[in-house]
Ligand binder design. Structure first.
Ligand code: C5P
Length: 406
């Protein structure tokens, strides 16, 4: 893979889990993709696979010992750390994640990791109960906050005999993530205003009207933008997802609060990506006291919420506007109509009735439509991948605009 002019170097840290055998295939794929691969193994990893296997595939001696004089004089742990364009740990055990989170560097892998300035991608693989252990989850949250990238383990049959989440993702998937992290920072200088999650419209102090949006698409957009060099303000309705630390998060509840925050941030941004599922209606009078149970039917009068995106479309000011259209019928026709009505540059249409598309899942099936009527129908992909595709389209539009103006 030629990203920029120079050959990129990826360190693959292999720790001691049964999924080590998949790291062998990963190294083979990376070498095939013209990447320079340096493998570092922990002691436990060497119980599963021999260094010779990795050495043969990577064409480089495998680094294993901090205190081995030959290895230290020939490679050197600081040189190793400096050589990396990306540091990947696959598979990552609960143990190594715990050590990294605690700042422990007691073997070569954790020492080099401590010294590297390269981005780090961690692919955990372990028994489902280990993965769900709150200590591990807390460690992952902490590392994500600091800026470490994580891959979600895959679900399925685990070597320990259990079924569930804990499998190392397939090597092809890890390769894709590596490719994406090695991409150049093509969004440097951009400042994106992204909205995410549902809005909550109160009925009384304890109840609200809302929808099934999890915020996953908006947060995937925020992560991808940061990874590609953009500054991000994320205006988010309630969501359980942690944003990357580089993102400025403005939490909101109602559509009215979201509107206020978005209008305030609008002048400073270069593009708005409106992924939030804003409630179309809100109760006319939210009661200040908890509504009492009664025998008679309860009527709730609803009034329309302001359409934030439409409002931005009116004042546009040279900014790019991206909307989402969750549809259940006439996907492209409805999305194209919204694109023009709201004066958008791109609309991401998805049929929420399709399996794997829409609310709450990790995947989506979308079609990206622009003002010229061109549409790109994408197959099922993760929301992270979709976020990258949306930015590729946005960049292509920017290029077209600047060509037109020159
Ligand atoms: O018209 P519809 O609600 O389907 O349009 C969806 C798009 O408009 C999404 O990008 C959504 O974030 C945005 N929207 C908005 N304000 C609303 C409703 C939707 O900005 N009140």
């Amino acid at each position: 893979m030629t990203v920029g002019e120079k050959e990129k170097t990826v360190i693959i840290g292999v720790t001691g889990g049964i999924a080590c055998y998949k790291a062998v295939e990963l190294v083979r794929l990376l070498v095939k993709d013209s990447l320079a691969v340096q493998v570092i193994m922990t002691r436990a990893a060497m119980e599963f696979v021999t260094p010779l296997t990795f050495q043969t595939l990577s064409g480089k001696p495998v680094a294993t010992e901090t205190f081995n004089l030959t290895q230290e004089s020939e490679i050197g742990h600081i040189n190793l750390a400096d050589s990396a364009d990306l540091f990947v740990i696959a598979p990552a055990t609960a143990n190594v994640i715990g050590k990294i989170a605690a700042g422990i560097a007691d073997d070569l892998l954790t020492t080099v990791l401590m010294a590297t300035q390269a981005p780090v991608l961690i692919a955990p693989a372990m028994n489902i109960h280990m993965y769900e252990n709150p200590i591990l989850q807390e460690n992952i949250r902490k590392l994500r906050r600091i800026g470490y990238h994580f891959m979600e383990p895959a679900e399925g049959y685990l070597a320990c005999g259990y079924e569930g989440k804990g499998r190392l993702p397939e090597p092809e998937k890890i390769l894709e993530e590596i490719r994406s992290l090695l991409r150049k920072k093509d969004l440097l200088g951009e400042r994106f205003l992204i909205t995410a999650g549902p809005s909550r419209e109160p009925l009384d102090p304890v109840r609200y009207i809302s929808n099934r949006s999890s915020g996953k698409m908006g947060y995937a957009l925020a992560r991808a933008a940061v990874r590609r060099g953009a500054g991000v303000v994320l205006v988010s309705g309630p969501s359980a997802i942690e944003p990357p630390s580089a993102v400025r998060l403005i939490p909101v509840n109602t559509a009215a609060e979201m509107r206020r925050a978005v209008l305030e941030q609008f002048p400073e941004c270069t593009a708005v990506i409106m992924a939030a599922a804003v409630a179309d209606y809100r109760p006319v009078d939210a009661s200040s006291k908890k509504l009492k149970r009664g025998k008679a039917p309860l009527d709730i009068r609803l009034e329309p919420n302001p359409d934030i995106l439409r409002e931005l479309g009116r004042r546009k000011n040279g900014k790019l506007l991206v909307g989402f259209a969750a549809e259940t019928e006439e996907l492209i026709a409805n999305a194209t109509r919204k694109l023009h009505e709201k004066n958008l540059d791109l609309i991401v249409a998805n049929d929420v009735t399709q399996a794997g598309g829409g609310f709450d899942g990790d995947t989506n099936i979308a079609t990206i439509v622009d003002r010229s009527g061109a549409s790109d129908s994408l197959s099922l992909m993760t929301k992270d991948e979709l976020a990258d595709r949306i930015y590729d389209h946005l960049l292509a539009l920017k290029d077209k605009h600047s060509d037109g103006n020159s």
